[in-house]
Design a protein around this ligand. Structure first.
Ligand code: ZN
Ligand code: ZN
Length: 296
């Protein structure tokens, strides 16, 4: 079996602690086997997998950076904020993350009820079993729908039943993008915007997030073409953001890049680390009034 070597850094990966398919230990082993040297474990709304990932990383020579990914609710589309260098032992942070996970769970419960009334019954127990104790998400629901034979594929479950414009969709209750950035900053972490193409009207939302303390933007991403990467690198330069990148690996092949499959400059991690500060000072931002060109 050929398993092509990966690049050295991957700053966006998911394990079973949220909606990934591999345990944190398996994920780090897979990364190490591919030649990854620095990996952020960025499960949704939790740092629960970080300790075991770090321990396995120490054994195998992979530096594991604690991280989380926060989905947000707003008029700006899918704005996901990655928070790097957070402390898994921070109890106040864990309280907030638990609140987000509970909201996630309630939302999935509502979607299960809606699916039943639409004629696609799956049990909440089965969805929990698929999640194996991780933070519940729509991927688990898609898996349950696939298993029950209602759809021919995982992607089809999303497309026809549980994506945003689909009949069983229920919106989440959660943080706004601004609150997500502040949450990361307030707990000593470094916030970065994930897969910026999923945000609507980036030219408006990005300066606001920079004002709130955003420090990075994911320029290197599996589904980006060269023109996308160039565009986001230009935004990074304009707003003094660290260009980050990652595979967004979940282990089911549903996202663009294999583990460690994105190149980014070797200095990325140090640059991101240099943006840590204990409390983000609310200085006046010079970026309020700058227009942003949109090439398309
Ligand atoms: Zn995301
Ligand atoms: Zn992700």
């Amino acid at each position: 079996m050929s398993d092509p070597l990966a690049y050295a850094i991957d700053l966006h990966t998911h394990s079973l602690r949220s909606d990934g398919a591999l345990s944190p230990v398996e994920l780090v082993r897979r990364a190490a086997g591919r030649g990854v040297l620095i990996q952020a474990l960025s499960d949704h709304d939790t740092l629960a997998g970080v300790a075991e990932a770090i321990a396995e990383g120490e054994r195998l020579g992979v530096r594991v950076i604690p991280a989380t990914e926060l989905n947000t609710e707003s008029e700006w589309g899918d704005v996901h904020i990655l928070g790097y260098f957070l402390d898994p032992a921070d109890q106040a942070l864990e309280e907030r993350l638990r609140w987000l996970r509970e909201n996630r769970g309630r939302r999935i419960e509502l979607m299960v009820e809606r699916l039943a009334t639409l004629g696609f019954p799956v049990t909440l127990e089965r969805v929990h079993a698929i999640a194996q104790g991780g933070a519940l998400g729509r991927p688990h629901l898609a898996q349950a729908l696939l298993e029950a034979g209602y759809v021919p594929s995982y992607d089809e479950a999303f497309r026809t039943l549980i994506s945003k414009e689909s009949p069983a969709y229920v919106a989440r209750v959660g943080l706004t993008p601004h609150e997500a950035v502040r949450l990361v900053r307030d707990h000593g972490g470094v916030p970065a915007l994930a897969h910026p193409f999923t945000a609507d009207r980036l030219e408006i939302v990005l300066p606001q997030l920079v004002d709130a303390g955003l420090a990075g933007i994911e320029c290197y991403y599996g589904s980006h073409g060269v023109a996308d990467t160039v565009r986001y690198l230009a935004l990074a330069a304009r707003y003094d953001l660290v260009p980050t990148g990652g595979s967004d690996f979940h282990g089911r092949g549903e996202h663009g890049a294999p583990l460690g499959g994105l190149w980014m400059p070797p200095a990325t991690v140090d640059a991101l680390g240099s943006r840590r500060r204990s409390a983000h000072a609310l200085e006046a931002s010079p970026y309020h009034d700058l227009p942003v060109e949109r090439p398309n």
